[in-house]
Ligand binder design. Structure first.
Ligand code: SF4
Ligand code: SF4
Length: 367
């Protein structure tokens, strides 16, 4: 395993981190938590010492499974995270609500401290400022009590917005979505964090499944590596000097092996050099939906991620007919419902890729 320093914390973490949102669904539903816990245990055996979890992952069982594994290893061998935000606290901004939630995470994880506690999913600067005014002080209090070791944040903001959060000097690290689809957008943010001495953890290195599904479009990533497209996509992210940990969600032990293979003999490069090497290869990336799902909740019940995924196929293949094929053959929905959009704009405000959802829906509906 390849290891990196996590910012200026003095912690040496594995270049691959275990994302714990992909424990086997059937095992989770059947309550076979001990079986699921074999995944983090195997990951640690392979050198993966950074385990990222949160409330609600895997039907709210991820922390429980991860805690079963954590209780079977030497605590100091693993860096474990969890997350909270105003939504998780049901907008209760009281001290009690914050500490109740933190205590629950700690007890599920069977530990008395977290290495990293995230101010979770900051979608905009407004949302971040609201969290700073209401609950950031509780994070500090928990750190002073030794319940958490480092305060970090996770975000879907763009590079220049992330730079502002980084400049606040209030966080030891951050978790962001970064991959071969969106890297040109997020780069200034990771560079700013790196310069500040922060750790940078990356989720979604496979672009929400887009990269494995469109292997031809991303085959340029494999050049000279001998890796599969998904492995090469993980290596692409991990090879950024500015990125500390690349999270990979694993359901089976083979997924752990694949991820470990992806960083064998890793060679780090500054982000600007990576962009120079790749920017003219493959498709234009910043216009693709990553299926993150943050736009859900349309008042017209339009299944936006499915329609935007179908639109991706047009961009990736260059064929108009690809949209309908994807809607009918893959999603089993028709283009018509896209035409019921009332243009309220809610989804575009939430979209982590800042996509023109309304005009794409119109195009899909043939308006
Ligand atoms: S703009 Fe249209 S698609 Fe987006 S949330 Fe509003 S009604 Fe739904
Ligand atoms: S449309 Fe935007 S918010 Fe919705 S799934 Fe795609 S990238 Fe995410």
């Amino acid at each position: 395993m390849y290891y990196k320093q996590y910012g200026n914390t003095g912690m040496k973490v594995s270049a691959i981190g275990l994302g714990t949102m992909r424990y086997d669904k059937e095992d989770i539903a059947a309550g076979r938590f001990e079986k699921c816990a074999q995944i983090p245990l195997y990951a640690l055996e392979k050198g993966i010492n950074y385990w990222d979890t949160a409330p609600f992952y895997c039907e709210d069982k991820s922390e429980i499974v991860t805690g079963i594994a954590l209780s079977q290893v030497k605590r100091s061998e693993v860096f474990v995270t969890s997350k909270t935000n105003l939504n998780t606290l049901e907008n209760d901004v009281s001290r009690d609500a914050f500490f109740r939630r933190l205590d629950l995470s700690l007890s599920r994880l069977k530990t008395d401290y977290l290495d990293f506690y995230h101010m979770w999913c900051m979608l905009s600067l407004d949302s971040w400022e609201k969290h700073m005014e209401t609950i950031y002080g509780f994070f500090e209090e928990a750190r002073n009590q030794g319940l958490i070791r480092n305060i970090v944040f996770s975000s879907h903001m763009q590079g220049n917005e992330i730079e502002k959060v980084v400049a606040s000097d209030k966080f030891k690290g951050m978790l962001i979505g970064y991959n071969a689809l969106n890297y040109q957008f997020r780069q200034s943010g990771i560079e700013a964090a790196y310069k500040k001495g922060m750790g940078v953890v990356v989720m979604n290195p496979l672009g929400g499944g887009m990269i494995p599904l469109n292997q031809e479009a991303f085959s340029y990533l494999t050049e000279g590596t001998g890796l599969t497209v998904p492995q090469a996509a993980i290596r692409f992210v991990a090879s950024h000097r500015e990125i500390t940990v690349t999270l990979v969600g694993c359901t089976a032990k083979e997924h752990v092996d694949d991820a470990v293979r992806a960083v064998e003999g890793l060679h780090e490069l500054p982000a600007e050099e990576i962009v120079r090497n790749y920017q003219n290869k493959g498709v234009s990336l910043d216009s693709l939906c990553t299926s993150c799902g943050y736009c859900k909740g349309c008042p017209q019940d339009i299944e936006i991620p499915k329609y935007m995924d179908a639109y991706n196929q047009k961009i990736l293949t260059g064929k108009d007919g690809a949209i309908e094929d994807r809607l009918y053959m893959h999603w089993d929905i028709t283009p018509e419902a896209a035409g019921t959009c009332i243009e309220c704009g809610k989804c575009e405000e939430l979209c982590t890729q800042h996509l023109p959802i309304i005009s794409r829906l119109k195009e899909i509906a043939g308006k």
